[in-house]
Design a protein around this ligand. Structure first.
Ligand code: NDP
Length: 246
């Protein structure tokens, strides 16, 4: 079955990791998918090529999520290319480690620009194009609920910000039948957080399930929220974290 047939999705940050898995999954369920990237042009085009080879529709757009004008333009380009916009996934994110004594203001500002401001910018532009049944889905983090190691304060703050943002945005867009939710993954094996080495073992020890998640597991959760069955879920921050915050 193709529950997203006829829908158009925009995945902010879809060239690698969790975002690439989400783009592939939404396409497999029938959506046409526009994805953005900043540095990984070849990998973005590889995702597009895979989707196209499987009979789907996809385009990649270079847009730095820290650049509001570029991001707004990318959303408009996707909506005009595919003729509509139904699903926005705000996945682009950065992780800059640094303790309170050490983290630079540049890293603080960049974290907020990409992890928080871009979510508002893309959501604002996407909402202008969405109809009844629209979906906005953010990729937050279980670190909004639990930051068990030093050096992650500003990253945790950025993901906590999304908890409040989706509550308010759900109120703003609910009257139009658009849902807004926040997915909070635990450790997932990507280049941001490789399932190898000493720090991965430390994280696993903290979890109810002593393993990393797969990007495909997060993508399956996002596909549920994007689909017709999830129409009554809104304003929620939902954890998929192997019991990291339990
Ligand atoms: P990766 O570092 O593996 O991938 C990040 C993706 O975001 C890439 O597609 C990258 O594109 C894109 N991106 C980063 N910066 C920008 C930018 N300025 N403009 C446009 N695109 C950008 O990260 P993950 O897949 O692990 O993480 C994805 C999301 O999931 C993030 O929001 C992260 O915080 C969150 N998350 C991850 C967890 C994990 O353990 N991995 C756990 C909980 C949450 P490009 O390479 O082209 O720049």
């Amino acid at each position: 079955t193709h529950p997203l047939q006829g829908k158009v999705a925009f995945v902010q940050g879809g060239s690698r990791g969790i975002g690439a898995a989400i783009a592939r999954r939404l396409a497999r369920e029938g959506a046409a998918v526009a994805l953005t990237y900043m540095a990984s042009a070849e990998r973005a085009e590889a995702v597009v090529a895979d989707i196209t080879a499987a009979g789907g529709q996809s385009i990649a757009i270079r847009a730095d999520s820290a650049d509001a004008a570029a991001l707004q333009q990318a959303v408009r380009q996707a909506a005009s290319h595919f003729g509509r916009l139904d699903i926005l996934v705000n996945n682009a994110g950065v992780l800059a480690w640094g303790t309170t004594e050490d983290l630079s203001l540049e890293d603080f500002d960049r974290t907020l620009a990409i992890n928080v401001r871009s979510v508002f910018v893309a959501s604002q532009e996407a909402a202008r194009h969405m109809q009844e049944g629209g979906r906005i889905i953010n990729i937050g983090s279980t670190n909004a609920d639990r930051m068990p190691v030093a050096g992650g304060a500003v990253y945790a703050m950025s993901k906590s910000a999304l908890v409040g943002l989706v509550k308010g945005m759900a109120r703003d867009l609910g009257p139009r039948g658009i849902t807004v939710n926040n997915v909070q993954p635990g450790p997932v094996d990507t280049e941001m957080n490789p399932d190898a080495g000493e720090s991965a073992e430390q994280l696993k020890a903290l979890m109810a399930l002593h393993r990393y998640g797969k990007a495909e597991e997060i993508a399956g959760f996002v596909a549920y929220l994007a689909g017709p069955e999830a129409g009554y879920v809104t304003g929620a921050s939902l954890s998929i974290d192997g019991g990291f915050a339990a």
